[in-house]
Design a protein around this ligand. Sequence first.
Ligand SMILES: Cc1ncc(COP(=O)(O)O)c(C=O)c1O
Length: 446
Amino acid sequence: MNAEPATVPFAREDLEAFWMPFTANRHFKAKPRFLARSKGMHYWTPEGREILDGTAGLWCVNAGHGREEIADAVARQLRELDYAPPFQMGHPLAFELANELVKIAPRGLDHVFFTNSGSEAVDTALKIALAYHRVKGEAARTRLIGREKGYHGVGFGGISVGGMVNNRKFFGAMLPGVDHLPHTLDLQRNAFSRGLPAHGVEHADALERLVALHDASTIAAVIVEPVQGSVGVIPPPVGYLRRLRELCDRHGILLIFDEVITGFGRLGEPFAAQAFDVVPDMITCAKGLTNGCIPMGAVLVRKGIYDTFMTGPDAAIELFHGYTYSAHPTACAAGLATLDVYRREGLFERAKELAPWWEDVAHSKLKGLPHVVDVRNCGIIAGVEFAPVAGKPGARGFEVFLKCFERDVLVRASGDVIALSPPLIIEKPQVEKLFDTLAGAIRTLA
Ligand SMILES: Cc1ncc(COP(=O)(O)O)c(C=O)c1O
C-alpha cells in the first residue's frame, strides 16, 4: 500500500533550514512525514489522516494528547509569572512540584534538582555523584560506569556512559575515566521471553571485575536504564538490578537509574524502581513529567547525598550547577497538572492492569512472523526485533516504521527493532489495531 503524497505545508526549499535531530534529513525532506494536530490517542497529518500514536510521541505523552487541564495550567502560569530566575530566588510552584514528586518517588529519594531534558538530568546526576564523593572526602572516586547499548541522552556525560556506537564514535574522546558493564541482550537464551528474561543476572557481576580492575576507591557511580528503551527495549534479567544494588552498596558506589522513559507509569508504578523493588541513590526523569508538553527533566536524590552538601557555611552555594530554565514556572505548572491527571485518572494503576493483556497480544500477534527473531515486553512497552538485511543493518526496522505510518500507525524504529510505548490511556481495540497493523506491515517484508 502506498500513502498518497503528503500535503506538506511548505515548498521543498523551505524544508532546508531546519537541521532535523536524529533524522535522515535528505530522505525526510524528499518525502516528508508531517504531524499537524493531536488529541487523545491520535495525531492528524496536515491532509487529515488520523494516526494512532503507538509511541506516546517519544515515550513522553503518557496521559494522551491535548490534555486541557495541562494546557490551562500552562496558559494561566504564563500570564501569572512568565519567568523567574532560579538562582538565589524561588517561586512557589518549584517547591510544590518538588514536594509532589517526592510523594510518588521511592522511599528515601526526597530531594529534586530540576533540569530541562533527560540529557541534562543525566549530566546533572553524574556531576552530583562526582561532587558528592569529593565533598565527602573521597575525591579519587571519579570513574563513571555505564553499560553497553545504554542510552543516556546526548550530553557529553550521557554519551560517555552510553553504549550506542553511532552516538559516540563521531564525538572524540568524551569524558575520561568511563567504563562499561556488558549489555544483557541474549537472544540465544532469552528470545521471546514474556516480561523479564530468566537468564543474565550474572552480567551484573561484571561490576566486580571493574572494581578489581580499577579499585572501588576510584569509582563514583554506576548508571543504567532499568529497562533499556532507545536501543530497542531490553528488560533487565530477573534479579539483575537487585544484584547491581548489592554490589554498589558493597563498594560505596552510587547507583543511578535513568528513568527518562520508565518514569511516570510506563511499568505500572510511578518509577521502575518501585516496579522492581530496587531503590537507587538517584533517579533521572523527564518526558512523562510534563506529559511531553513543556520540556522538563529532574533528578531525584537520596537524602544522605543532599545532606552531605549542606555542611559548609550557610551563605555558600553548595552545588555549582543549574540552568537558566531549571524549574521554569510554565514547566512546573505543566508538571503539577500532569501529576494531577495521572493521580485522578489512576493511569499508573491502569497500566499495571493492562500489562498482562498487552503482553499476550504482543506475543500472540508477532511471534512466528517472517524475519521476527524476538518479541520483548515489560509494562506497557514492547519491542520486536528483525533479522537484519544482509549488509544493511537497520533497513528492515526503518521499512516497517514507514509501512506502519502509511497504514496510519506511528511506531518507532531503533535499528532493526520496532519499539511500542503508547499513551497509558490506550483502549484494548487500539492495542489490537496497533499490533495488527504492525503484523500486517511485517507480513509484506521481502
Ligand atoms: C533513558 C534515557 N535517558 C536520557 C534520554 C534523553 O532525554 P532527552 O531527549 O530529553 O534529552 C532519553 C531519551 O529518550 C532516554 O531514553
